[in-house]
Design a protein around this ligand. Structure first.
Ligand SMILES: [Zn+2]
Length: 215
């Protein structure tokens, strides 16, 4: 890529912002002035970093309505301080009511985790998805079509990450104080835009099992 192309690309970013500034200045509802003072979103979205799954667009929400954390393959790793900090702030300060773990069909991270190829440092991150595969190897191995195989692991991965979130002390302690906190697992179909509920919602620690549910 030549320098001119780089400069042009950067200019387009700034031009895009000018369009946004015009939109904001033309808004007569006062919501942007309100947003400048603070936020009170009801949703925490933990999604894949993939550029095709933007949280606000997928959920039809405006700025200020979704608190967002994204990483490759929407993983909720127990010791990930970045995810835990976002979760703690969202649940205990912002008091969000819905935490959504959102995967997406055709996820490159999930597909890569099913291969034996090395991709670099990311292999160690993707190994968390291989851990999910290990729990469901028989089911996943029985699927022949590689795309379907990936998509099933996408769903299983979301469910596992929902479970991981629910087992955190953060979510379990929040449930001790309030009943209005739900953790959902969902998958985005990029081709249709549909957000599919995987019917794996938790609203208490009752179904986590003896070892995982704190007293
Ligand atoms: Zn992805």
């Amino acid at each position: 890529m030549g320098n001119n192309e780089l400069e042009l690309g950067f200019k387009k970013i700034l031009d895009g912002n000018k369009d946004w500034v015009n939109f904001v200045s033309g808004d007569t509802t006062g919501r942007f002035q309100q947003l400048a003072k603070g936020q009170s979103p009801e949703i925490l979205w933990i999604g894949c970093a993939d550029s095709r799954v933007p949280a606000n667009e997928v959920t039809g929400k405006k700025p200020g309505e979704v608190f967002v954390h994204r990483n490759i393959a929407n993983l909720c790793v127990h010791s990930d301080m970045s995810m835990l900090s976002v979760l703690d702030y969202a649940v205990n300060v912002l008091k969000v009511k819905h935490v959504i773990v959102a995967g997406h069909y055709g996820c490159g991270g999930v597909a890569a985790s099913l291969s034996r190829k090395q991709f670099g440092i990311i292999d160690n991150w993707l190994c968390h998805i291989k851990d999910v595969y290990r729990l469901h190897a028989a089911e996943v191995d029985a699927i022949e079509d590689p795309e379907e195989k990936t998509n099933r692991l996408v769903e299983l991965n979301v469910k596992e990450q929902v479970f991981n979130l629910c087992t955190t002390s953060i979510v379990q302690n929040a449930w001790k104080d309030r009943e209005d906190l739900a953790v959902h697992g969902m998958v985005v179909n990029i081709g249709t835009g549909e957000l599919i509920d995987l019917d794996s919602t938790f609203t208490s620690n009752e179904d986590l099992g003896d070892v995982f549910a704190y007293k």
